[in-house]
Design a protein around this ligand. Sequence first.
Ligand code: UDP
Length: 137
Amino acid sequence: MERTLSIIKPDAVERNFVGQIISRFEAQGLRPVAMRMMHLSQKEAEGFYAVHSERPFFKDLVSFMTRSPVVVMVLEGEGAVARNREIMGATNPENAAEGTIRKDFAKNIEENSVHGSDSPENAAIEIAYFFRSTEIC
Ligand code: UDP
């Protein structure tokens, strides 16, 4: 069993896709074991994406991630990190495979509906960024 951090981003929450996105995780072997809706502050978004702070898209990304609420979740399952990335699809929806969340819901490379940790090491860091261990069921 492995855990990963998932975020349903503002563009998806705004368009009422929360339920459909969670259904896809559940149907494909990932179980939510912690969940919270929250409106990220600028500091929280900048801290979460600190690794991208030198990238040209950083400012716009922080502005997007703070413009309306997100849903943060811990997903658990066998190979959860890789499985989540498969279910999500490529960063740019134009390159995302058929049947992935980003192919079906993402607006563009920035407003791409979901975040998922990219390694088990980062998953542990990202889960701890949002959840205390007592909040994970
Ligand atoms: N992003 C962007 N422009 C780019 C690349 C990425 O706005 O050219 C945003 C997008 O929302 C993406 C996030 O930055 O999901 C993090 O980028 P990363 O390369 O880590 O992609 P991910 O792991 O989310 O697929």
